[in-house]
Design a protein around this ligand. Structure first.
Ligand SMILES: Nc1ncnc2c1ncn2[C@@H]1O[C@H](COP(=O)(O)OP(=O)(O)OP(=O)(O)O)[C@@H](O)[C@H]1O
Ligand SMILES: [Mg+2]
Length: 258
């Protein structure tokens, strides 16, 4: 594989739901190590793009390439195994389990330790389980939650739950992580911590990050490049400064809360 090959490439990716074209010929590419933003007003097609990339939906036309291979229409578990993971717009954690257990469950997808064994410490899986736990603790440290390893996720603040979801997604050891509105509902301090966390994911774990976010200050401060969707169409692409001053982007956001 050549160095220059993008890790992810959407080539005119399109999906129609009945008469609605939710994503229309969208093309962009991420290089390894990018922190890339996907923005646009409500209903623009951002989450649907994530659903295409992760195999929830099959593109009506166009193709998606991951590490040079076409993945459009592969089953979600196949795509996850290849190295793409995501978080969701709404929190999806096992609320009765502790933080570290939530992360260990995330790791299960890649590490093939039987889930029951992993949690029950059966004799057979005890070695794998302690390695899993160690890895989970490392990820909790990365998202600044090491002190909360044994807290029930339901008892933690919203901002912490969102960071826990990121740790859980990272437990699959993906190459590419997709974050759907990770800063939504966070206070300014939580956003600041999240910004720092995402940078560490790229800088220390060498992951590539694609992030959907409505908070412009957050996106502009975090991402090196941004693609903008509006009504399923790509209306702009470029570095934050160019996006901020792009008349089409300003028009698309007119009347939208910042
Ligand atoms: N399964 C589906 N069936 C029909 N329409 C859908 C489906 N999924 C998404 N849509 C429609 O596609 C459009 C894009 O939705 P999407 O959730 O991708 O928007 P978004 O950019 O993520 O918006 P938001 O910022 O509000 O999360 C919307 O009009 C939505 O109603
Ligand atoms: Mg969405």
């Amino acid at each position: 594989m050549s160095e220059a090959q993008p890790i992810l490439r959407l080539d005119e990716a399109t999906i129609k739901f009945g008469g609605l074209t939710a994503v229309n010929k969208v093309s962009f590419e991420l290089n390894r190590g990018d922190i890339f933003g996907l923005i646009g007003p409500n209903g623009a097609g951002k989450t649907t793009c994530f659903n295409l990339i992760t195999g929830v939906y099959k593109p009506t036309s166009g193709e998606i390439y991951f590490q040079g291979q076409p993945i459009g229409g592969l089953a979600p578990n196949k795509i996850a195994t290849r190295g793409i993971c995501r978080t969701f717009q709404n929190i999806r954690l096992f609320s009765a389990l502790s933080s570290v257990e939530n992360v260990m469950i995330g790791a299960h997808l890649r590490h093939k330790v039987p889930l029951v064994g992993a949690l029950m410490l059966s004799a057979k899986s005890v070695a794998e389980t302690s390695a899993l736990r160690e890895h989970a603790m490392h990820l909790l440290e990365l998202v600044n939650l090491a002190d909360y390893a044994n807290h029930r996720s339901a008892d933690m603040s919203y901002g912490k739950q969102r960071r826990l979801e990121i740790a859980r997604a990272l437990a699959t050891d993906p190459e590419l992580i997709l974050l759907d509105e990770p800063a939504a509902g966070m206070n300014p301090q939580e956003k600041e911590e999240l910004l720092y966390t995402v940078r560490r994911i790229r800088d220390e774990l060498n992951k590539t990050v694609l992030v959907i976010e409505h908070d412009m200050r957050f996106v502009m401060g975090l991402c090196e490049r941004i693609v903008v969707l509006d009504h399923g169409e790509e209306i702009a692409q470029g570095p934050p400064d160019a996006i901020r001053n792009n008349p089409k982007v300003i028009e698309a956001y007119l009347g939208e809360p910042a």
